[in-house]
Write a protein of this length. Structure first.
Length: 281
């Protein structure tokens, strides 16, 4: 299993890294369209769509992204879109986690499908615009999510259950602990301090998310990063809720050893529009 995970990860890096570092940012946007379309296909399958219908929904998602690209949306500020999308993630994410797995089955399937495609479309525009902003800015968003996940894992393994007897969301993801969540938040703050110092001492191109937040005030940066770390956990938990409702472990087997595309990007889905919202504002 570990060997399979490593091979898949190396293959993904072999595709993604050249696309990210290619001088023309549109190359990365094109690769992202493929990944987002695959995620839409997975989303349709998770919501009881048949094989042809799932392929069609993946195609619709790709078409919406490409039409947006053709219409020039990647190159204009979209402050209102980021505010609406970010607010929707906060409100609907809180509602879903509060109500639990059972409530998702009460939502009409057509609404679930449309909502999923819209969410993935917004995430694609956000990640494409982040790459246009600069590689340093894009990676600072990615690393925020990775740091939250990695620190949460090790903090949960080392400290889980020592300070809080109740798990974070036992009915959705029994393995997650409050200790892990707070460890992930601490990891994000450590990452921000290191990244800001690198921004100040090295020429890394466009300013990172951390430096942009710190321009307002250090206290604002800390609060914003704690909020973003929390929302990365929300993204992870919400996808776990969807999978539990569908009765599946992974969103698909597209990435052997890792599950599906949605399994890899779940925490990024709320973070991307929220990071663009902070940057735009």
């Amino acid at each position: 299993m570990l060997k399979q995970r490593i091979i898949t990860a190396l293959l993904m890096l072999a595709v993604l890294l050249p696309a990210v570092f290619y001088p023309v940012p549109e190359v990365f946007a094109g690769v992202a369209v493929v990944l987002i379309s695959a995620a839409a296909w997975e989303w349709a399958r998770m919501n009881q769509s048949g094989p042809l219908a799932s392929l069609a929904i993946g195609g619709v998602c790709a078409a919406v992204c490409l039409l947006s690209w053709y219409g020039g949306l990647l190159y204009v500020p979209l402050k209102s879109l980021w505010i609406v999308a970010g607010s929707a993630w906060v409100l609907l994410g809180a509602w879903l986690l509060y109500r639990g797995v059972a409530v998702w089955g009460c939502v009409p399937r057509s609404l679930r499908l449309v909502g999923g495609v819209l969410t993935l479309w917004v995430a694609w525009i956000a990640v494409a615009q982040a790459r246009i902003e600069g590689i340093n800015f894009l990676f600072s968003i990615f690393v925020l999510v990775w740091a939250a996940d990695i620190f949460a894992y090790f903090a949960g393994r080392a400290l889980g259950g020592k300070f809080f007897s109740r798990k974070l969301a036992p009915s959705i993801s029994p393995g997650k602990t409050w200790e892990g969540a707070f460890g992930g938040m601490l990891g994000v703050l450590v990452c921000a301090v290191v990244w800001r110092s690198l921004d100040a001492s090295m020429s890394l191109g466009a300013a990172s998310l951390y430096t942009r937040l710190g321009v307002v005030h250090v206290a604002f940066m800390v609060l914003a990063l704690l909020f973003l770390a929390t929302m990365s956990i929300v993204g992870d938990l919400v996808e776990s809720l969807f999978k539990r409702s569908a009765g599946i472990k992974d969103s698909s087997g597209l990435l052997p050893g890792h599950g599906g595309v949605l399994d890899r990007v779940d925490a990024l889905l709320p973070i991307l529009p929220l990071a663009m919202m902070f940057s735009t504002l």
